[in-house]
Design a protein around this ligand. Structure first.
Ligand SMILES: [Mg+2]
Length: 281
C-alpha cells in the first residue's frame, strides 16, 4: 500500500511531463529525457509532486476492508466525492478521469476497462490471508466501477502477485505464475523507454508494470524503472510500487520523504496499518 502511494506521488510529476509532451509534440517524451530518472542523484519527488487518484482510491479500498465490511462501492464513492470537492490538483488537473467522475456522480454501473482497478487493489493483496479470498475480494472491489473482464484481469494479476510475494514465493516464481495465468510479459526495457505510449487501458499498462517489477533489483530501482518507461507514470509506478513493497519492503528514506505530500487523513489511515510510531508526520 505504502509502496503504491510512493509510486503514485513520485510518478505524478513525470506523468504531467509525459502528457504535456504528447499534447505539444504529438510524440512520447524522448528516451534521453525518460531515462534521466535512472540516475539515483535525480530526486524522485519534485516540489509539485502530489498524491493522485491512485492513492485516494487505494485508501478507499483499505478503509472499506478495515472499517466498512468490504462495502467497496460505498467507500469508493465517499472517497471519490470528497476528493472531487477539492477542485483541481497541484498541476491544475481534474482529480479523476471523466469516466470515473461520471460513475461517481450517477447510479450507473461502471464498465471501464481502465487501469484504475489495478492501481487501487493492493490492500486486497495485503489484508486477506488466503488466495481464494484475495481473488474473490478483488472481483468485489473491482466491479462497482470496472465491471469489465480486462480490468478485473489486471486487478487480479496485481492482488494475486502481492499475496504470493507476501507468502514467501520468490519473485521468479510469481513472475512465472503471472506468465502462465495472466500475460506473456514479453517486453524489453529499452524498447519501452523509447516507444511506450500513454495508455490508461488495463491490458496495455498493467503488463508493462508487471514486467518492470520483474526486472527490478530493489524498491527504489523498481520505482525509477517504472517512471523511465513513461506513459501513465503515476499509475505504472503505483502498481510497481505495490508489488515492490511485498518483495523488498519500502526504503526508510522514501517512507519519510513521501509523508510531506500526504494529508493527515491518509497518514492516519496508514498509521492503522504500519503503526503510529513509524508514521507520525
Ligand atoms: Mg493518478
Amino acid at each position: 500500500m505504502l509502496g503504491a502511494i510512493i509510486g503514485d506521488v513520485a510518478g505524478s510529476y513525470y506523468e504531467v511531463l509525459e502528457v504535456k509532451h504528447l499534447k505539444e509534440y504529438k510524440t512520447s517524451r524522448p528516451y534521453e529525457e525518460r531515462i534521466k530518472i535512472l540516475d539515483r542523484n535525480v530526486p524522485l519527488f519534485d516540489d509539485f509532486s502530489t498524491y493522485t487518484d491512485d492513492t485516494v482510491l487505494t485508501c478507499a479500498i483499505y478503509d472499506a476492508i478495515k472499517n466498512g465490511n468490504c462495502d467497496y462501492k460505498k467507500y469508493l464513492k465517499e472517497y471519490g466525492l470528497r476528493e472531487l470537492e477539492l477542485g483541481k490538483d497541484n498541476f491544475n488537473r481534474a482529480r479523476f478521469g471523466k469516466g470515473f467522475v461520471k460513475w461517481l456522480t450517477s447510479d450507473n454501473i461502471g464498465i471501464s476497462y481502465g487501469n484504475g482497478a489495478a492501481m487501487r487493489i493492493s490492500p486486497v493483496g495485503y489484508l486477506f490471508n488466503d488466495l481464494t479470498t484475495v481473488q474473490m475480494e478483488t472481483v468485489k472491489a473491482t466491479i462497482p466501477s470496472h465491471n469489465n473482464v480486462e480490468a478485473i484481469t489486471g486487478a487480479m494479476a496485481v492482488s494475486t502477485a502481492i499475496f504470493l510475494l507476501r507468502n514467501n514465493k520468490s519473485k521468479e516464481e510469481v513472475i512465472n505464475y503471472l506468465k502462465e495465468d495472466f500475460y506473456d510479459l514479453e517486453y524489453n526495457l529499452e524498447e519501452l523507454q523509447r516507444n511506450n505510449r500513454f495508455s490508461s487501458r488495463s491490458s496495455e499498462s498493467v503488463p508493462v508494470a508487471l514486467y518492470v517489477f520483474s526486472i527490478s533489483t530493489g524498491f527504489e530501482d523498481a520505482i525509477r524503472k517504472a517512471i523511465s518507461v513513461g506513459g501513465d507514470s503515476d499509475t505504472i509506478a503505483c502498481i510497481v510500487g505495490s508489488l515492490a513493497e511485498a518483495c523488498y519492503g519500502v526504503d526508510e528514506n522514501l517512507k519519510e520523504e513521501v509523508k510531506k505530500y500526504l494529508n493527515d487523513d491518509i497518514i492516519n489511515l496508514l498509521n492503522s496499518y504500519y503503526g503510529e510510531k513509524e508514521w507520525k508526520k
